[in-house]
Design a binder for this molecule. Structure first.
Ligand SMILES: *Cc1c(COP(=O)(O)O)cnc(C)c1O
Ligand code: SF4
Length: 442
């Protein structure tokens, strides 16, 4: 077999070494212990001092001062499972895609784009009742919790998720049942709604009782046909699927109940890098597949994480191999503290072109831009006009909000120096925006 052929099959090999033993603090942890979801939760890294103590001699002063600066600036708290923490390449943490996602460093930040917004997708505006966004006629987004098993530095809901930080005060509500019944009452009055996304926060952090309560209450509403539990869990904490019997039982119960009513109960997860995928992911997916639970993936396109053709194809192939359907790749939302992660629209379009054709159509992710201002998700190539030089794209959402025009902006640091200068001048900035908009009939 030629070398090229072997490379084609690389995506089927999943690491199963004891990689956590390279972390000085966990050198003595055996496989049985590492496998326990309770151990993973208890040993998750939540504070600067824990990073330092578990890294031991790997915690160089240069590294630690960069992390300290990062924690001052980020809108998100840190919370990293030992699984993910030990998959980081600590020989070169600066360039590691996992470190980039979960452990912010001061040296990486860029100034926010002038058009950024804390609630970039206007989820709060389209909210008829607390914890619910109802933007599309037949589907809704329900946020029953504000906690997650890991906190992503780039979270699109950094305004509420994960508790206050040095830079953002938050109105987090944990997993607060008090408001849930109001959501169910509202949904009972909305016969058009067939589809509920249960997100947050992360469904992994719902207790088995909560998971079951929410699932059952929703499935009992006659017009609701489909529910999806959104969780990043499979990507960052597969041990829970393998060893948390009670949680799996609750999920399985809701799934079976749905099935008996002819309704879909699925999981949407969030892998962004092939480095998150190991034999542990495969074991977790074998269990879910055996239960008959469909799993789809929503990745976020990020510089230095997955913005290359090679990585995106590898991610797509590996997920497909594990029976996870690559569903979406999102362009980065324009939320605070994320400018260094964002790509241009052109980069997203080129990646989509490169990925399409590499595997089955149903395993080919759709690259979408969730429009700032609440226009909803649009295919990246479906803009009305794209002024590449200015980094401004103009969009319509004919079904969702027919009378409005929406704008997405490329990161300024990727534009030509003279255009960057114009972006820093408010009146020049407005001129560029008006010019781009003038190409589209309102
Ligand atoms: C993403 C989203 C949904 C679900 O959209 P799909 O394209 O069906 O995955 C529903 N409501 C809101 C507000 C959303 O942002
Ligand atoms: S898992 Fe989702 S909700 Fe939680 S921090 Fe990450 S992106 Fe935000």
């Amino acid at each position: 077999m030629g070398v090229a052929k072997i490379k084609e099959l690389e995506h089927r090999l999943f690491r199963d070494d004891e990689f956590w033993k390279k972390i000085p603090g966990w050198a003595a942890v055996d496989r049985e212990t590492f496998r326990e979801h309770t151990w993973q939760l208890r040993n998750s890294i939540r504070k600067f001092d824990q990073v330092k103590s578990v890294l031991g001699k790997l915690a160089t002063p240069e590294l630690m001062s960069d992390i300290e600066a990062g924690l001052k600036r980020t809108p998100m708290n840190i919370r990293i499972t030992p699984y993910i923490f030990s998959l980081i390449n600590w020989e070169d943490p600066w360039n590691d895609p996992l470190r980039k996602q979960f452990l912010p460093m001061g040296s990486q930040f860029l100034d926010d784009h002038p058009m950024h917004q804390a609630d970039s997708l206007s989820e709060d505006e389209d909210s008829p009742v607390k914890l619910l966004t109802h933007r599309y006629p037949d589907k809704v987004l329900f946020l029953p919790t504000t906690i997650c098993p890991v906190y992503c530095s780039y979270c699109t809901r950094s305004r509420i998720i994960g508790g206050s930080t040095e830079s953002v005060a938050k109105d987090s509500y944990g997993a607060n049942k008090k408001y849930w019944d109001d959501v169910f009452d509202y949904l009972r009055t909305q016969p058009k709604v067939e589809d509920v996304v249960i997100s947050g926060g992360d469904s992994y952090m719902l207790t088995p009782d909560q998971l079951e309560y929410i699932g059952m209450e929703l499935l009992k509403i006659p017009h609701i046909r489909r529910i999806r539990y959104a969780t990043k869990g499979i990507a960052i904490f597969p041990q829970k699927i393998i060893t948390d019997g009670e949680w799996m039982m609750a999920l399985s119960k809701v799934h079976q109940f749905g099935k008996s009513y002819g309704k879909q109960v699925v999981i949407h997860t969030h892998f962004s890098s092939p480095l998150e995928i190991t034999k542990w992911s495969q074991r977790a997916m074998e269990r879910l597949f055996h239960e008959g639970i469909t799993v789809r993936n929503q990745a976020v396109l990020q510089v230095g994480v997955n913005d290359s053709v090679e990585v995106m194809i590898q991610l797509t192939r590996q997920l497909s191999f594990l029976n996870i359907q690559p569903y979406y790749v999102y362009m980065h939302d324009m939320v605070p503290g994320c400018e260094h992660f964002r790509t241009t629209l052109r980069e997203a379009i080129e990646l989509e072109k490169a990925v399409r054709g590499t595997t089955a159509g149903f395993n080919t992710p759709t690259f979408v831009c969730d429009l700032p201002g609440g226009g909803g998700k649009r295919h990246v190539a479906s803009y009305e006009y794209y002024h590449e030089e200015y980094g401004i794209s103009v969009w319509k959402a004919p079904y969702v909000k027919p009378d409005q025009t929406f704008l997405y902006f490329d990161p300024i640091h990727k534009l030509a120096p003279e255009i960057q200068k114009r972006w820093h001048d408010e009146s020049e900035r407005n001129k560029m925006i008006e010019e781009a908009k003038s190409f589209v009939k309102s």
